[in-house]
Design a protein around this ligand. Structure first.
Ligand SMILES: [Cu+2]
Length: 177
């Protein structure tokens, strides 16, 4: 069930509004009030501590959906779209993701590009390099209309660098199943 007509209309509205193409835009007035510092900061690819491969499928799932990180660690996420439709990997707080998702539902063809996210075409691979500066939970989700509702979400559990032994309390979110 594709809301093709709605999507076309939204695209036209957006094109008319911006007067530019959206490919890799980023600066065209699409602000979501993102407080990036709440989840960390864009990472320097040259300083990535490790690479985490994330697979996205049309089953509306990320694999893995639960990732562990250490505070201060920079992770290079290599995000593969194994499906037939567009998917994306967006890091944020639960509130930010929800808010952004509502916006995406209103403007499904909205291309968005920020350091905390990557939109990946079917069969392609994208990258996000992120530094997790704060302990706690950083959520991620696919904000394509319908995907978030279908459960296409996951989380990074960031372990405090101060309490190396306090990892147990957060380990429950890191089980393989
Ligand atoms: Cu998706």
């Amino acid at each position: 069930m594709k809301p093709t007509t709605t999507r076309r209309i939204a695209t036209l509205i957006l094109l008319a509004a911006s007067g530019t193409t959206f490919a890799g835009a980023g600066a065209s007035g699409h602000a979501h009030g993102q407080d990036a510092s709440a989840i960390g900061t864009p990472g320097d690819p040259a300083k990535a501590n490790r690479t985490v491969n994330v697979d996205m499928t049309d089953a509306m799932r990320f694999a893995p959906a639960n990732i562990n990180a250490k505070q201060g660690e920079t992770i290079r996420f290599v995000v593969k779209n194994s499906g037939q439709v567009k998917h994306e990997f967006v890091l944020g707080t639960a509130n930010e993701l929800k808010e952004h998702y509502e916006l995406m539902k209103r403007f499904p063809e909205m291309e968005h590009s920020d350091p905390n996210m990557v939109t990946v075409a079917p069969g392609r691979t994208g990258e996000v390099v992120w530094k997790f500066t704060k302990a706690g939970k950083v959520d991620f989700a696919c904000l394509q209309p319908g995907h978030y509702d279908a459960g296409m979400k996951g989380a990074v559990a960031v372990r405090s660098s101060k309490s190396a032994q306090g990892a147990i309390s957060e380990a429950h979110s890191g089980h393989p199943h």
